[in-house]
Design a protein around this ligand. Structure first.
Ligand code: FAD
Length: 530
């Protein structure tokens, strides 16, 4: 029998104010209302050792790892349809409406570019002017791939003996999860440990017609009709990536920017990306905010307020909001478990993924002030399960995480931006090495290389430790990944310079760099092979 110990007050670990505390009283049965319950005789009294809320990148990684270590595991996953009615299968944002369809559409756009370059390399392409994208074929191909991943994911869970419950989960009490299934019935389970990994969904602006007439990244990858002339509201990485592939696929594309491009990224690199996109044909409307979205006979009418406060308007076929994502904590009834979240962003603050309630954990996009990236969620989830079920003590290191904006000339980076380095170490204590370069494959098709640029941020003392690397160019994601390992291994500038490059690649340009910003020497391209 479980031993229930009733304490006079909820013992909260107030680690980081300010926090929102929501109704600490919980009800565990019709008979008891209590402020904190400590259950002993632990695992035997629960149906599972671990219940995971959310079958996305972080939740699935933690669940599978835990099951491999012998834990009894269940995963609740449920996708609330988007306002447009788009829904998808198991696997979370990355697989269904994030990284994977985005990368596939980015690739489709790059191939369109490559077809035109191929002619310069001698390929005979009859009637090259008629080359165009078939949106329906692309969208079906992308969706078919996603469905196959959904299927493989379900089989994988089954093979690993992880129970998959297709239900919207919420806390009934600190150890009990209720899940509302599609037919309205409730599935109730108990668990010794609970992991919150419910991620987020795109936000809509609070303006008339936005929800009725706009779409988000949740809808774009499965759109049955070609998007046509598209307005993208928001210039974070999701907005820019969508703009990049839509423009590359041949659609008239505009990005509306409220304040800055790629907030949180190095701003010199961000502005180079915007210039490059503009040169490729993406229109930018700066310092503007949408005011009204209205369906009309000839399309979607958008009113916006420009930087002078004047109202401007235009008509689009598609309006896509990429103005940020909201954390999905509201549906979880966290108050029933006493889990606290940050009022500003509804996210959960957790030290080593542990919330203020010791047996309740959180990973992935739901975490406050942590990078919203799939590999981050996966790594943290796996490490957590190893700590819970294999006596591991390894914790997640959230620093020096590499990422790439697929824009479509890619921007990959790891470590600190120039601005962050200046703030943390002071301008006098950092050195910025930089260079423009010419990728070999750009020469024959005479592609513009004026935005192929890189920089390496180092300390001036401490053996010139490398604290940031930034690279704009083809395959930036592939280029920066290995350098991320080097930075994690305490790369110094002398070691970087003593590394022999691979010729001819774009990645070797990071090793060839020698001009400092401080020197004011011209960082324009050096000759190719000297
Ligand atoms: P998610 O993957 O969002 O999974 C959460 C799951 O929980 C979802 O299935 C959700 O429906 C479900 N759920 C929510 N509430 C409940 C509930 N109450 N009960 C049951 N289930 C629930 N990251 C990269 O690293 N590289 C990229 O290139 C990249 N590109 C992106 C492009 C786009 C357009 C977007 C939107 C995101 C992209 N990301 C990328 C981010 C990446 O997708 C997320 O960081 C990652 O999916 C977060 O994983 P997660 O486990 O926290 O949540």
């Amino acid at each position: 029998m479980a031993t229930l110990l009733f304490l006079p007050s909820f013992v909260l670990s107030f680690r980081r104010p300010p926090v929102k505390i929501i109704n600490l009283a919980c009800t565990i049965s019709r008979h008891y209302t209590y402020t904190q319950v400590i259950c002993t005789n632990l695992s035997k009294q629960y149906m599972y050792d671990l219940v995971v809320l959310g079958g996305g990148s972080g939740g699935l990684a933690a669940a599978k790892q835990a099951a491999e270590l012998g834990a009894r595991v269940a995963v609740f996953d449920y996708v609330t349809p988007s306002p447009k009615g788009t829904k998808w299968g198991l696997g979370g944002t990355c697989v269904n409406v994030g990284c994977i369809p985005k990368k596939l559409m980015h690739q489709a756009a790059l191939l369109g570019e490559a077809v035109h370059e191929a002619a310069a390399f001698g390929w005979v392409i009859p009637d090259i002017k008629s080359v165009q994208i078939n949106w329906e074929a692309l969208s079906v191909a992308v969706q078919n791939h996603i469905k196959s991943v959904n299927w493989v994911t379900r089989v994988d869970l089954k093979n690993k003996k992880v129970e998959y419950i297709n239900a919207l989960g919420y806390f009934k009490d600190p150890h009990t999860i209720g899940g509302i299934m599609k037919n309205g019935e409730e599935n109730v389970v108990t668990a010794k440990n609970i992991l919150i990994a419910v991620g987020g969904r795109p936000k809509y602006p609070d303006i008339p017609g936005a929800i009725e007439n706009g779409i988000t990244s949740d809808d774009i990858f499965s759109l049955s009709q070609p998007p046509g002339k598209t307005l993208i509201v928001g210039a974070g990485y999701i907005g820019l990536e969508c703009a990049g592939f839509l423009n590359g696929l041949g659609y008239n594309t505009t990005v509306m920017v409220r304040s800055i491009i790629l907030r949180g990224f190095d701003q010199q690199m961000a502005n180079i990306i915007a210039e490059e996109m503009e040169q490729r044909g993406v229109h930018f409307i700066y310092q503007a905010k949408p005011k009204l979205i209205k369906k009309e006979a000839d399309g979607i009418l958008v009113h916006w307020v420009d930087k002078l406060g004047q109202v401007q308007k235009d008509v689009y076929d598609t309006v896509l909001f990429a103005i940020g994502r909201r954390a999905l904590t509201k549906d979880l009834k966290l108050e029933n478990a006493g889990v606290i979240c940050i009022p500003d962003d509804d996210k959960i603050d957790a030290v080593d993924e542990q919330t203020n309630v010791p047996h309740i954990y959180a990973v992935g996009d739901i975490l406050h002030k942590k990078p919203e990236l799939t590999p981050v969620a996966i790594h943290a989830g796996k490490l957590l399960s190893k700590r819970l079920f294999a006596n591991s003590s390894e914790t997640m290191d959230y620093t020096n995480i590499a990422t790439t904006v697929f824009s479509p000339l890619e921007y990959g980076c790891v470590g600190l931006s120039e601005e962050q380095a200046n703030i943390i170490y002071g301008e006098d204590n950092i050195e910025i090495y930089h260079a423009y370069y010419k990728p070999t494959e750009f020469f024959i098709p005479q592609k513009d290389n004026s935005h192929c640029y890189l920089k390496v941020v180092t300390l001036r003392n401490n053996d010139q430790k490398v604290i940031g690397m930034h690279f704009i160019g083809p395959n930036a994601g592939e280029v920066i990944q290995g350098f991320a390992t080097a930075i994690k291994s305490n790369l110094t500038f002398p070691i970087l310079k003593s590394t022999v490059g691979i010729h001819p690649t774009s990645a070797e340009e990071l090793i060839r760099v020698f001009i400092t910003k401080r020197s004011k020497m011209d960082p324009k391209p050096q000759s190719c092979c000297s």
